[in-house]
Write a new protein. Structure first.
Length: 420
């Protein structure tokens, strides 16, 4: 009689066995990560220096950048599932629906509502705002697609505020810098899906992640300090449609995105183990203190996020399921904080500033979800004529392919974009 394999203490199963697209904690994780970005910007926008993690980690990272890394891990996991099971046309349609309407809405709100009010606060009128050489029309023309330039001001509002003594970045929405890197990763998954690599050559994904990891390791080993930032932060490349992109962030963000993608493709081999999660937490903490967060801390953080998505108590699974405000928090938080700083609310201290920033951001995020994002997602099962299959030219809808197994899929009600 054969003996059964021993069950390791803390072992719960594999990621493939335990992950369900309809019963997980990705929603609350996205909300926490998005709110962490708002928290991180309190320091530089209201007072100048970066958040305390920057100093604690020896200038390796800060809370906002770790939140962005978390977003890319979750996106890599979920978006790869979407790309593996659908057609390329529908994959691109879903990604565009999730990211562009909300982005365009935030650009319009900034240019046509928030900044005119700030201009009126500074000048007592909006007369000079609309016909300024670098006014709202110039801003919208320059930021309408995903190659968003985060240094854009409108009609000199933020520059004038800075000249009066406020300590904020001169851009309307500096948080949008990561969007084009997210779109780059979407295109990468689309190409892998179109070539069949996600089904027939899936090992290409972890191998590419390993190559990027080796590049980061090489830069870290040759860096002047083990707690410094590896690589040249000034090097950039021009990417068609996306514009200038930092080589540093391309390598680092693609690395963590592909880690998430690897977890998706090899979910049947990834153990969900409490002891392993504890080790990863120790590794992450140790690298923040001693150095190497880019090399060892990022993979450990990636595993922790997916472990939390499975292991958080059941009530957390309800958060963000019906109303996903995380993307709205991400795309509106910076602008709200800029407005608060210009209006002088930093004088009331960080707790009050953060409370006001979160309240204003949540209001705009809720409006964005209910009026723009969720409305756009109602079109997810409609396919434009130019991406329909040749046998479906006369139909306006395409039935989704049946799920091959419950563990493959996107959380409902909508696939995620920059915020997971």
């Amino acid at each position: 009689m054969s003996r059964s394999a021993p069950v390791l203490p803390g072992r719960r199963g594999t990621l493939g066995e335990l992950y369900s697209p309809r019963a997980n904690s990705f929603g609350v994780l996205r909300l926490v990560l998005a709110s962490s970005v708002v928290l991180s910007h309190v320091w530089p926008i209201g007072w100048g220096p970066l958040d305390p993690l920057w100093t604690y980690s020896g200038a390796q990272t800060d809370v906002g950048k770790m939140a962005v890394v978390g977003f890319f891990v979750l996106s890599g996991f979920m978006i790869t599932g979407s790309g593996a099971r659908g057609t390329c046309g529908r994959y691109a349609w879903h990604r565009a629906l999730r990211i562009l309407p909300g982005l365009w809405g935030s650009l319009l709100v900034s240019a046509l509502v928030v900044l005119p009010l700030l201009y009126a606060h500074l000048h007592g009128t909006t007369d000079g705002y609309w016909n300024h050489r670098e006014g709202p029309v110039s801003y919208l023309q320059g930021t309408w697609n995903t190659s968003v330039s985060t240094h854009w001001d409108i009609s000199g509002v933020l520059s004038e505020g800075k000249a009066r003594g406020t300590n904020f970045d001169p851009g309307v929405n500096g948080a949008l810098w990561s969007l084009k890197y997210e779109v780059f990763c979407y295109v990468m998954v689309g190409l892998l899906a179109a070539s069949g690599a996600l089904r027939r050559a899936r090992r290409l994904v972890p191998l590419t992640a390993a190559v990027l990891g080796l590049l980061i390791l090489r830069d870290w080993v040759t860096a002047p300090s083990p707690r410094g930032i590896p690589g040249d932060m000034r090097a950039a490349v021009q990417v068609p449609l996306l514009g200038s992109m930092s080589v540093h962030f391309l390598i680092h963000l693609c690395f963590v995105f592909l880690i998430g993608a690897t977890f998706q493709l090899y979910r049947d081999r990834v153990p969900v183990h409490d002891g392993l999660a504890l080790i990863c937490a120790a590794v992450l903490g140790g690298t923040l203190v001693c150095g190497g967060v880019f090399v060892l801390g990022y993979p450990a953080f990636a595993y922790l996020l997916l472990w939390l998505a499975i292991r958080l108590p059941r009530p957390f699974r309800r958060i963000g399921r019906e109303r996903d405000y995380s993307y709205g928090i991400y795309i509106y938080g910076f602008t709200v904080e800029q407005a608060l700083a210009l209006l002088g609310y930093a004088r009331y201290g960080k707790p009050v500033f953060l409370l006001l920033a979160m309240a204003g951001t949540l209001l705009l995020a809720a409006l964005s979800w209910h009026l723009v994002e969720s409305q756009a997602m109602k079109l997810k099962n409609w396919t434009p004529r130019f991406v329909r299959g040749p046998g479906r030219r006369g139909s306006t809808a395409v039935r989704p392919r049946p799920e091959p197994r419950p563990a493959v899929g996107e959380p409902e009600p909508a696939p995620t974009a920059t915020t997971g």
